[in-house]
Ligand binder design. Structure first.
Ligand code: GBH
Length: 484
């Protein structure tokens, strides 16, 4: 195994995309600047109630709305080939619809895109990263079927405005997180708690919105703009707690069906949910006395419309879990949902900076192989991967860089030993930023941001200089000690 890799001298394929990712609400600030409309995270954070660390907000964040040029310096210092960022929907369309267009918002993103292209950096643009315009949430947001057409209209506006220069589009970031955290457990904005229904209903509309948008692009823009459109799916790798247990193995299959496959199966395969998922939800719904399954169904026409609507596969990978079967009845008040599984962190896995982030580099290789095998060997971009530090963080984050190096080594194994078609890798994140419920208390950046200084000074961590070396050479330095 090792010698195979040595053969390739740890070099990534030609033209490999090296990037970092950010999201509008997490970095921009300027929450009411120049006519921006409020979004659900503005509302959620301003409501307080200790749902976010110290009731912090994204009002200022990294100030990227005014400090874009500082971000650009960081991007250049890393020597990136690609930069992934998201558009703030309500900065462009303050009430979410094209009824009123905010030119100042267009100007801002035009500058970002043009500056990137001038420096030879390819933009990858996410249309939606958790920040629903409040005006649309007031009409039920993702819970309403109406959002499908409205999202498509927003997307069409973006393709029209930026598509002459942006060729890599992502419709929605992590629909799983939007559904579960936004509308099931309510930990994220808009804080809706509708266990058993909210997540399914919103996921259903997100899948339709994504698919409709993909068709719009392919019908109206593809021929002229030559870009491609996908969706970014987060996935923990999952393994049976007891590898010899059929029950744990089944539970692991359910865990995958209810996470990655929930979205990937309809979009990449056949327009429909995984059979296991349909079975479980139908059975539980029946037990609970519902007249039909809580999992909505796609019509035949919708399935036709949904299948095959991604031009490449975007994976956000952070961690791995061991899985065992857990009875629904024993799940307790935290409601472990229809899949009846318990997720376990192996105590031998180190945690990096944030409680949920167990470091399991080999998990990414298994996940890549799974996606290759199940989803017909697609082109894969790893659109997010990263490790956190707790605040205050050390600029010399050598251990964190070691984790990055191990991840990159596993990706190389995926590429050369498993023949997975990985085309790019994006670190989450360029900057320390607003980490949702954790506020500024967890730092995922390659650059430290001094949130106490009015200049919001950016300073490189050791990981930034190490990453820059990898990007510049397109290869991973061989470890000083021999491989495992
Ligand atoms: C990504 O989600 C997001 O796209 C990005 O915005 C974010 O900053 C980044 O991760 C780092 O977190 O609180 O124990 O219930 C990654 C998927 C799903 C991982 C929700 C954390 C919460 C675990 N995330 N999960 S817990």
């Amino acid at each position: 195994m090792t010698s195979d890799l040595e053969l390739y001298s740890y070099t990534f394929p030609n033209g490999f995309a090296w990037g970092t990712s950010t999201a509008a609400y997490q970095i921009e600030g300027g929450w009411v600047a120049d006519g921006k409309g409020p979004n659900v995270w503005d509302t959620f954070t301003h409501q307080g109630g200790d749902r976010v660390f110290k009731n912090q907000t994204g009002d200022v964040a990294c100030g990227s709305y005014t400090l874009w040029e500082e971000d650009l310096k960081c991007i250049k210092q890393l020597g990136l080939t690609h930069y992934r960022f998201s558009l703030s929907w309500s900065r462009l369309l303050p009430d979410g619809t094209t009824g009123f267009i905010n030119q100042k918002g267009i100007d801002y993103y035009n500058k970002v895109i043009d500056d990137l292209l001038t420096k030879g950096i390819t933009p990858m643009v996410t249309l939606y990263h958790f920040d629903m315009p409040q005006a649309l949430e007031d009409q039920d947001g993702w819970r309403s079927e109406k959002i499908v057409g409205i999202f498509n209209e927003y997307a069409e506006f973006c393709f029209n405005t930026f598509g002459n220069r942006v060729k890599l589009w992502i419709t929605i970031n992590e629909p799983f997180v939007v559904a579960k955290f936004g509308y099931e457990n309510g930990l994220h904005a808009p804080g809706i708690k509708e266990p058993g229904t909210g997540a399914y209903q919103t996921a259903h509309n997100m899948i339709k919105a994504h698919a409709k948008t993909w068709h719009t692009y392919h019908l109206l823009f593809k021929e002229k703009q030559h870009g491609s459109v996908s969706i970014a799916l987060n996935a923990d790798w999952s393994e049976p707690l007891d590898p010899t247990s059929v029950i744990d193995e089944k539970a692991t299959e359910r865990r995958l069906a209810f996470s990655l496959d929930w979205f990937a199966k309809p979009i990449f395969i056949d327009g429909d949910y995984p059979p296991l998922m349909k079975l479980c939800v139908a059975a539980k719904s029946k037990e609970q006395g519902y007249p039909s399954s809580r999992l909505p169904e796609f019509t035949k026409e919708e399935m036709q419309m949904i299948k095959g609507t991604a031009d490449f596969f975007c994976l956000n990978y952070y961690t791995t879990r061991k899985i065992r079967h857990q009875e629904y009845a024993q799940a307790g008040p935290s409601f472990k949902a229809d899949e009846e599984v318990e997720e376990i962190k192996d105590p031998s896995w180190p945690i990096c900076g944030i409680e949920w982030l167990a470091v399991v580099p080999w998990g990414i290789r298994k996940l890549l192989k799974y996606v290759k095998d199940i989803y017909n060997d697609p082109i894969i971009y790893i659109t997010e991967n990263g490790f956190a530090q707790s605040d205050p963080a050390s600029l010399e984050d050598t251990l964190r860089w070691e984790y990055f190096r191990q991840i990159l080594l596993e990706i190389l194994k995926g590429i050369y030993l498993d023949k997975v078609n990985v085309k790019g890798y994006f670190v989450w994140s360029l900057l320390d930023c607003f980490e949702w419920t954790e506020g500024y208390n967890k730092r995922f950046g390659l650059f430290h941001v001094d949130f106490n200084s009015s200049s919001l000074l950016r300073t490189a961590y050791t990981s930034a200089s190490e990453y820059a070396k990898v990007v510049a050479s397109n290869r991973l330095p061989a470890p000083e000690n021999k491989l495992e």
